[in-house]
Design a protein around this ligand. Structure first.
Ligand code: IPM
Ligand code: MG
Length: 356
């Protein structure tokens, strides 16, 4: 029986890069049924909610979600439930996609595109494991109000020990298949949630004596990421710190358009987990619709989908190698082209497919 993949392209460059990823996915797995539905600003523009029932129903009947990006400037001032980003918020929350994996790799030949010195980023290979369904993104109260005539706003950072333990476990398990180092990032000199975080992670480390654990305060971690990025293997951290640090880690590669992500939850079994796969970059409204966006992140997200939701590591690796070989053979999109003639989104994707 053919499996369904929910394709939710969203806004900005989302549709262009997602189309590229679907082409690659269908090339290696023609048996998959890729079905599209509108979300985010694209849905709001049609008078629908950010996550329409149709998209939700499609997600529920699918093995995984291939997601583009959401956000449109005209909704910036609106409350969260009326903004495109609410689609992501609901998908993460309602399917309990708590484990956000953001692998950061520098492709050979791309070292010069980084804003850091090439020798600092050569061979860089780290992964940010971001807690995705807790912390300040979801804690209540979360509101704006007026008290005694003064406008005020509150967000709540809250963590329960089991939420910390399960994300830390994800990090330790991943480290076992890598260089066996976990760096846990918190702000325990100030935050109670961080003190709990550090205690729970430290205790769990006893179950993983083969993995080396260290702790960094988030401000120091932000600095070390640009000072000696090669030090890091697996970084595990709470939701908002992970949001910030993963953008920082991503740009070490020279282009945020190369970074994929997987958001995994409690549904399914190892290798057959329900998950949402998306580029970590945003909608890039300045280049949307021009056909020049880098589709690498979306294509690599499709590879992660094969690995974690369809138990198909062989095809995941095939795609990852094809992307790497496209770079090695000089294929470049505009933002990292330098003096080489840039390829558009479609032409770059052709090069990846030619390398499969
Ligand atoms: C990300 C994005 C989202 C987040 C936005 C679009 C809500 O920045 O996935 O990193 O903050 O989680
Ligand atoms: Mg972000």
């Amino acid at each position: 029986m053919s499996q369904t993949i929910a394709v939710l392209p969203g806004d900005g460059v989302g549709p262009e890069v997602t189309r590229a990823a679907v082409r690659v996915l269908q090339h290696v797995r023609p048996d998959l049924r890729c079905v599209e539905s509108v979300v985010g600003g694209a849905a709001l523009e049609r008078g629908l909610s950010p996550l329409p029932d149709e998209a939700r129903a499609l997600a529920e009947s699918s093995a995984a979600i291939l997601f583009g990006s959401v956000g449109l400037p005209q909704y910036d001032g609106k409350p969260l439930p009326e903004r495109p980003e609410y689609a992501l918020f609901l998908l993460r929350r309602d399917y309990e996609l708590y484990a956000n994996l953001r692998p950061v790799r520098v492709f050979p030949g791309l070292e010069d595109a980084s804003s850091l010195k090439p020798e600092l980023v050569r061979g860089l290979d780290l992964i940010v494991v971001r807690e995705l369904t807790g912390g300040i993104y979801f804690g209540k109260p979360k509101e704006q109000r007026v008290e005694d005539g003064i406008e005020m706003a509150v967000d709540t950072m809250i963590y329960r020990a089991p939420e910390i333990e399960r994300i830390a476990r994800t990090a330790f398990e991943l480290a076992r298949g890598r260089r066996k180092r976990v760096t846990s990032v918190d702000k325990q000199n100030i935050l109670e949630t961080s003190r709990l975080w550090r205690r729970v992670v430290t205790k769990l480390a006893n179950e993983y004596p083969d993995v080396q654990l260290d702790h960094l305060l988030v401000d120091n971690a932000a600095m070390q990421l640009v000072r000696r990025p090669g030090y890091f293997d697996v970084i595990v951290t709470e939701n908002m710190f992970g949001d910030i640090l993963s953008d920082e880690a991503a740009i070490l590669t020279g282009s945020i358009g190369t970074l994929p992500s997987a958001s995994l939850g409690t549904l399914g079994t190892p290798g057959r987990q329900f998950g949402l796969y998306e580029p970590i970059a945003g909608t890039a409204p300045d280049i949307a619709g021009k056909g020049i966006a880098n589709p690498t992140a979306a294509i690599l997200s499709a590879a992660l989908l094969l690995r974690y939701s369809l138990d198909d590591d062989a095809n995941a690796l095939r795609i990852e190698r094809a992307v790497e070989n496209a770079y090695v053979s000089g294929a470049r999109t505009a933002e990292i082209a330098g003096s080489t003639p840039p390829l558009g989104t479609g032409a770059f994707t052709d090069r990846v497919i030619a390398n499969l």
